[in-house]
Design a protein around this ligand. Structure first.
Ligand code: HEC
Length: 104
């Protein structure tokens, strides 16, 4: 029984260590809000909406700005100091926000 509970505890720890933290992402997103809106719904059309975007799309986009694969002088400056976990947390935050419905 003890062995089982140790295994379960170890598994839970491993999972929590890897899981992205949307609350930490929300904290980090304060500097992004000026352009992308508080919950990722930008007010100006020049700034893409991030709310409800796929998590892996956001991670990819931020990494691409960081490596220069995707070139944009504004975003390059924004991501320069983000760590891998910051990117994961930001993506977890924005992807969990409700997107606006598109009106046709
Ligand atoms: C000064 C305004 C500004 C700030 C601050 C800013 N962004 Fe951006 N962001 C932009 C613009 C402009 C683009 C579009 C760039 C392009 O065409 O590639 C963009 C694009 C993006 C994209 C790609 C969206 C897509 O649909 O492909 C992501 C993701 C993103 N920003 C996340 C962030 C995050 C996270 C932060 C904060 C760490 C941040 N941005 C801060 C202006 C800003």
């Amino acid at each position: 029984m003890l062995k089982v509970s140790i295994a379960v505890a170890a598994f839970a720890f491993a999972c929590s260590a890897n899981a992205a933290d949307p609350a930490a992402g929300k904290e980090k997103s304060k500097v992004c809000a000026a352009c992308h809106g508080e919950t990722g719904i930008s007010l100006a059309p020049d700034f893409p909406k991030l709310a409800g975007q796929y998590n892996d799309y956001l991670v990819r986009a931020l990494n691409d700005y960081k490596t220069g694969v995707r070139k944009n002088p504004i975003m390059a400056g924004q991501v320069a100091n983000l760590k891998r976990e910051d990117i994961a947390n930001l993506a977890a935050f924005y992807s969990s926000q409700r997107a606006l419905a598109t009106k046709y």
